[in-house]
Design a protein around this ligand. Structure first.
Ligand code: HMG
Ligand code: MG
Length: 308
């Protein structure tokens, strides 16, 4: 039995736009979030409070948070790598305060060093006070475990390596376990095996998948997750995405493609596909290229949109 309902977190404004070489204005970022809200997304990863030297594209984090509307029932999350980031996320008070923060660890030492400049153990020690302070402030704390299905530096990653990080994050009070296929090398049976490790420590309601589509397997991997009851996924409008510290990683699975598949399976998402496709068309126009989303591109083409 598949889940009857699935929650999607659109990570396009963060995972997508962090990876753009061109400048995307704060106004366009805000307009994208507004369109995602209007399309019925109930979880949106808006930005990240990371070092602007490391990821200049997210330097306008506070301005974006200040400008977006905060409709009731929508959870807005931000990435925080350390206490400096959490303090910045909370500095603006109620108007800019996120509903949720995401701490991001890695399943491999090599990626941890490249992405956040410390070992896995150091990252857990660094996150511990962040998690405590965020929960004290009433925020939910979610995690992302990068390279859970393959690493651009180490290569193969074992389920034991992933589970060790799941356990460490749980021990410091992280409430939700996000399993991330950063470079898209995961395949369905392997994904189920890794998810099973997360499910040893977290309930079904608090485990999610984050699949980059570099090798074209993200939808199959989501389907494999549905088979074991997982019903929470990160996806990205127009298939935006990538990590500047994961060479060759391309976009996340497109939200449009996932919604199209789920609709076809009779699984509710609360998302209006037409409005979502419009949001994908909007940001693609801003970026000057067609959406990576196959469903998004097909539906926009049907409406008469052409691509250079
Ligand atoms: P570091 O250089 O080791 O940090 O970077 P530091 O503590 O030595 O600080 C260096 C400078 O950065 C200092 O400023 C700090 O104040 C400042 P200076 O004195 O030189 O002027 N600083 C900050 N500024 C703003 N916000 C902060 C912050 N922290 C320090 N939070 C650090 C360590 C973790 C900060 C850095 O490595 C970093 O920001 N990394 C983030 C990289 C990143 O954002 N990667 C992409 C997101 S993860 C991802 O995409 C994967 C995911 O999608 C899942 C998946 O697909 O796998 C989530
Ligand atoms: Mg990612």
């Amino acid at each position: 039995m598949y889940p009857s309902q699935v929650t999607l977190v659109d990570v396009g404004p963060r995972d997508g736009l962090q990876n753009e070489k061109q400048n995307v204005s704060t106004a366009d970022k805000v307009a994208l979030v507004t369109r995602l809200q209007a399309a019925g997304l109930r979880e949106i990863e808006v930005t990240s409070y990371v070092s602007p030297k490391w990821v200049p594209q997210m330097a306008d984090n506070a301005a974006v948070m200040a400008a977006i509307a905060r409709p009731a029932g929508v959870r807005h999350s931000v990435l925080v790598p350390n206490l400096v980031g959490l303090q910045a996320a909370l500095a603006g008070g109620a108007a800019t305060r996120p509903d949720e923060v995401v701490v991001f660890a890695a399943a491999t030492e090599a990626f941890s060093q490249r992405n956040i400049n410390c070992s896995i153990a150091e990252s857990i020690a660094r996150f511990a006070p962040v998690v405590a302070a965020a929960r004290e402030a009433g925020l939910k704390v979610r995690s992302a475990i990068s390279c859970a299905l393959g690493c651009p530096y180490q290569g193969e990653v074992t389920a034991d390596e992933v589970e060790a990080v799941v356990v460490a994050l749980k021990a410091i009070g992280v409430q939700h376990c996000g399993v991330a296929d950063t470079i898209g090398t995961g395949t369905p049976v392997k994904v189920q095996a890794v998810m099973a490790r997360a499910l040893r420590h977290y309930p079904l309601t608090e485990v999610s998948g984050h699949f980059h589509d570099t090798y074209g397997h993200a939808l199959a991997n989501i389907y494999a997750c549905l088979e074991i009851g997982i019903h929470h996924f990160d996806t990205s409008v127009a298939g935006l995405g990538g990590c500047p510290y994961a060479k060759g990683a391309t976009g996340n699975v497109a939200t449009e493609d996932v919604v199209f598949m789920l609709q076809g399976m009779g699984i509710a998402t609360g998302i209006d596909l037409d409005r979502l496709v419009e949001a994908g068309g909007f940001i693609s126009e801003v970026l000057g290229r067609p959406p990576v989303s196959r469903a998004g591109k097909a539906l926009l083409t049907k409406q008469g949109r052409t691509w250079a």
